[in-house]
Design a protein. Structure first.
Length: 415
């Protein structure tokens, strides 16, 4: 039942997140307006990720873990009703869309096999008949998926979107940053319960500063990001998150919560906000309107895969370390040796993300139109009536899509 429910949850995420990003792109013209909308969207996504941790801890300690799922279902039904009221219906297309069944099957089963191998390899052995064949089949299916996408008429993932190196870097960084996020949350939780010996409710209260501060930080970032350069913020975010993992690596059963854990969680909130929100803007802003849903889907897939891959790899590090200790370790502060190495693994992920962002991501500002938008604007001006000639003097660096409206022609409609 859990496996089936998790699969349905993935289907739900695939239907909602990319569609929401596409709706934003369609309803807001390229430039500051779209950037601001994506900033608000990303801020609420980040809030959900961190506030859910606090809520889950409180529910587990009070009325039971089952209510985590019940409360989530209530929220989903409420959003279903709200979406029915506010999201406009679009007329059905005359042409029935083609579905890439082979691509969907090979991608899903292939990635699942790879995750299974990483998750169970430390228990059964990396060359075990229970794990290695699954891994090989998974790799072959992923390769088959790429080949299928290059041949079919209506691919599930058109390969053209990967020609934009900024988008490629954004998806890779989404994978890395979610692996770091889930890794920090998981191992901080283990430190609180195993090393400190805290109860579930006390652990939830330990995360309280993380959740409450996230509400403030993410809300502010949603308003100011459209006016700031994104790349320096993303780089700073990865450095802050590395600092969080480094601070937790020094924690032991005698370390005060207020001396290391408390400030580390505060730093983590800023690190997540500085990296997660700008990355989402960077991934979607340069894509064509027709590809916004696709771009959102791929970006969301990077996030969804980053979590399980990250935790699986970090678990391999932790379990392998603790199994090498003398004597059996059932729990307690002795587990910190493996947790510490996992925090080192999180630092390595952060360093990789920092280097990738430094090399590939552009240094431009979010409120500056992309080269593509500027070129399209020039094309509009070249064929525009006399009344638009004075607009040619506008500086390209300060060009706003909303300023070139004339006779119903805008950059957004031109796209």
């Amino acid at each position: 039942m859990f496996v089936i429910s998790r699969a349905l949850q993935g289907v739900g995420a695939a239907n909602t997140v990319p569609t929401a990003m596409a709706l934003i792109a369609i309803n807001y013209p390229a430039g500051p307006e779209r950037t601001k909308a994506f900033s608000v969207f990303g801020a609420f996504g980040g809030l959900g990720a961190v506030v859910g941790i606090l809520m889950a801890g409180g529910l587990i300690s009070s009325i039971g873990w089952q209510w985590i799922f019940r409360v989530s279902s209530f929220a989903a039904y409420f959003l279903l009703f709200l979406g029915f009221l506010v999201i406009p219906l679009t007329p059905p297309k005359s042409e029935k869309p083609k579905i890439d069944y082979f691509g969907a099957i090979t991608a899903t089963v292939g990635v699942t096999g790879i995750v299974y191998y990483i998750s169970t390899g430390v228990e059964y052995g990396w060359a075990s008949p229970k794990t290695l064949p699954v891994f090989i089949v998974g790799l072959l299916l992923v390769v088959s998926f790429v080949y299928i996408e290059s041949k079919v008429d209506s691919p599930l993932m058109p390969l053209r979107v990967w020609k934009n190196k900024t988008f490629v870097a954004s998806v890779a960084l989404a994978f890395v940053q979610m692996a770091m996020f889930q890794g920090v949350i998981y191992y901080v939780n283990m430190v609180f319960q195993e090393v400190y010996g805290w109860t579930t409710i006390k652990t939830a209260l330990g995360f309280l500063v993380h959740s409450l501060l996230a509400i403030v930080v993410f809300t502010i970032l949603g308003r100011v990001l459209p006016r700031l350069p994104l790349k320096p913020i993303i780089l700073t975010g990865f450095l802050l998150r590395c600092g969080t993992a480094l601070m937790f690596s020094f924690v032991n059963e005698h370390t005060s919560y207020w001396r290391l854990s408390f400030p580390a969680l505060i730093i983590h909130v800023f690190g997540v906000g500085f990296s997660m929100l700008p990355l989402q803007i960077t991934a979607a802003r340069d894509a064509d309107n027709k590809d916004q849903g696709l771009v959102g889907a791929i970006y969301n897939t990077g996030l969804q895969l980053g979590g399980p891959f990250g935790v699986a790899i970090l678990n391999v590090i932790s379990i392998s370390t603790n199994d090498n200790n003398d004597g059996a370790i059932d729990g307690g502060a002795a587990l910190m040796k493996g947790y510490r190495n996992s925090f080192y693994g999180i630092i390595a992920l952060g360093v990789f993300g920092f280097i990738l962002a430094m090399i590939i991501l552009p240094w431009d500002k979010p409120n500056r139109p992309t080269k593509k938008v500027v070129e399209e604007t020039k094309d509009l001006e070249a064929g525009a009536p006399q009344g638009m000639e004075e607009m040619s003097t506008i500086d390209e660096q300060e060009l706003d899509a909303s300023k070139i409206e004339s006779d119903g022609s805008t950059v957004a409609s031109h796209n």
